[in-house]
Structure formats: C-alpha cells, structure tokens
Design a binder for this molecule. Structure first.
Ligand SMILES: O=C(O)c1cc(C(=O)O)oc(=O)c1
Length: 317
C-alpha cells in the first residue's frame, strides 16, 4: 500500500513507506521491554514538517507506533525527534502525553529555548536532546551552541543523544568527551561493516566507550548498516538464519563488552532507507543473535532503558 503524507506535503521521490503487517517475532521479548529508538512523523496535517527538513516522509502516527509496540510485545517506547520535524517537538510531545507514561522522548532544541519550555518538555516525558552531525540530515550547528544546550539540560537529569558517521568520530571526539551528561550514540556510530571489527575505525569507537563510562550506544539499525544482507523481508530468514549477518558481530561485541550501556530500538518508521523496508518482527528476531543470553537480553531491553528513562520506577533509582 502506498502510505499517504497529509497536510499538502509531497513525499520525497523514491520514499519507502514503513511495512504494514509485520510478522510475529519468534523471539519472545522479556516482560517490560523498551523499544528505545523510534519516531513519529506528523501526521503532516496536524504536525507540519519543518521548513528546513531534508526529506518529507509518509505520515507515521502515534496510534500506528503504539499498535506496533503492542504487536511486537514491547511495553514502552522512547520516541526520538526526527530531523524532518526540526526543533518543533509538538508531534513528539503529543505522542508522549498520549502514551500514559509508556513513552519517553528525546527532543531537538535550539539555543533560544526557554527554561519554561524545557520544563514543559520534561513534564511531557522528554528526558534528552538529540545532536545530529549527519550532513545529509541537518545543517551544521556550532559546537558552542550545542555545549550551551547540554549545560542547560544537565540539571534536569537529561542526557544527550548523538548521531554521526564513523569517519567523523576523530573530529567529534573532543566535543563528545567534554559533554557533562550521559551521551548515547545512535546506531553504533554507523560503522562501515566492510572494515574489520578489530580495525582502527571500530576500535576508536570501542575506545570511546571504554575510556568514558558516561557514553552509551544503541545497537540498532542493522538494516541501515548491512552490506551483505540478507534483508529482513517477509518469507525470508528464520530464527536460525538471522538477517544482516555482517552487522551482528559489531553489535554483539558492544553488548558483551558494555552490557550496562547498550540500548535497542526498531528505528520505526525507518526513514530514508533506499533498497528495502524491513519487517519489524524479523528485526526483533535479530536480538538473540546480538544478546545471546537472557541476562544480556534483560539488560539491553529492560534494565538499561529503565535506568535512563524511568529511573523513578527502578528499585534504588
Ligand atoms: O539515517 C537516517 O536517515 C536517520 C534519520 C533520522 C532522522 O531524520 O531523525 O533518524 C535516524 O535515526 C536515522
């Protein structure tokens, strides 16, 4: 089905719509599992896309996100502000409020944000801000502006989520390591999985986490990073034939080395994929291949996201 975008917007040519009717995963998620990276898009007629956006998606509403959550067996979501909404967090806030406490948010704010606006975001469930360094997604923001924002959100107990490409890490290293909060790196810092796991590029990323205990990462988006595939498509892959075999060693290495600082998310509705749209049920079936024991699975899917996003509900938190 061709999914619409409403509000008079026109989808980016070649846009792939999110997959309708995901399969039931074989892997049973532990009780209380959190999908810690997903987005809402619009709907455009209610929450217009930002003028400065680099793409126009099909709509992906909160109701559709919550239906996916229930279908896959997740208890909660962390909704991350998508770049197509710029620093207008209304769709994100609306979804967090409507979730009845079952969703937290990561917002995008500018230096001009007021303390009252930050408080309102906190009341809605926002617990972090996202800094994006991927050039195809955003225009450049000066680092002193970002540092100022990080210093303002730190007293709220929030953290910073960063998205960048592996080749840019050397240049960003000093900035990331100067941040005063927990820092969560999206999608494993986008490694080039054709390069060796023990080579210098991924080695630098592992060193970043090893030397900085405040830095976490999401072991998400094999569908973006894979070169070999096979993609998670209906009728393909089973519990013993995981999709995205070339990404699994990288994710598993991070889960096993930093079991208390990893998160997992679907990345639904999967913006900007070019060659296929994954079946989210099959994406869930990748989890036991990257977190092979029940203890690692519980940390990845429950304990870690709860500590970061719902600390009040964690015993001793
Ligand atoms: O790689 C991407 O295109 C992408 C885009 C966005 C966004 O537009 O916010 O978020 C993601 O997590 C990944």
């Amino acid at each position: 089905m061709d999914r619409p975008t409403t509000g008079g917007f026109v989808k980016t040519p070649g846009w792939l719509d999110w997959y309708e009717g995901p399969s039931q995963p074989h892997f049973q998620l532990p009780p209380g599992a959190v999908d810690a990276h997903c987005h809402v898009f619009g709907p455009g007629e209610r929450f217009p896309y930002a003028p400065e956006r680099k793409y126009t998606p099909c709509d992906a509403s909160k109701e559709q996100l919550f239906a996916l959550r229930d279908h896959l067996g997740f208890a909660r979501n962390v909704i991350v502000q998508a770049t197509c909404h710029g620093a207008d967090n209304r769709a994100l806030v609306d979804a967090c409020v409507a979730s009845g406490g079952r969703a937290r948010g990561v917002a995008t704010v500018r230096r001009s944000v007021t303390d009252a606006e930050l408080q309102a975001l906190h009341s809605a469930g926002v617990r972090g801000v996202r800094f994006n360094f991927v050039k195809r997604l955003v225009d450049f923001t000066p680092k002193d502006e970002l540092l100022e924002i990080a210093q303002r959100i730190a007293p709220l107990g929030w953290h910073v989520v960063v998205y960048f490409e592996a080749q840019d890490l050397p240049e960003l290293w000093d900035f990331f390591t100067a941040l005063p909060t927990v820092v969560v790196v999206d999608h494993m810092g986008r490694p080039d999985v054709r390069k060796p796991l023990d080579g210098p590029e991924f080695g630098l990323f592992v060193r970043l986490l090893r030397e900085h205990p405040n830095i976490w990462t999401k072991v998400s988006c094999p569908e973006r990073l894979s070169v070999s595939g096979p993609p998670a498509l209906p009728g393909r892959c089973g519990p013993n034939q995981p999709p995205y075999a070339d990404v699994i060693p990288f994710a598993r290495h991070l889960v096993q080395t930093f079991p208390d600082r990893v998160l997992w998310g679907t990345d639904w509705p999967h913006p900007n994929l070019k060659d296929h749209m994954p079946d989210d049920g099959l994406l869930v079936d990748v989890i036991p291949h990257i977190a092979p024991t029940p203890e690692l699975q519980r940390k990845l899917l429950v304990d870690n996201p709860m500590r970061l996003y719902w600390p009040d509900e964690v015993q001793g938190g």
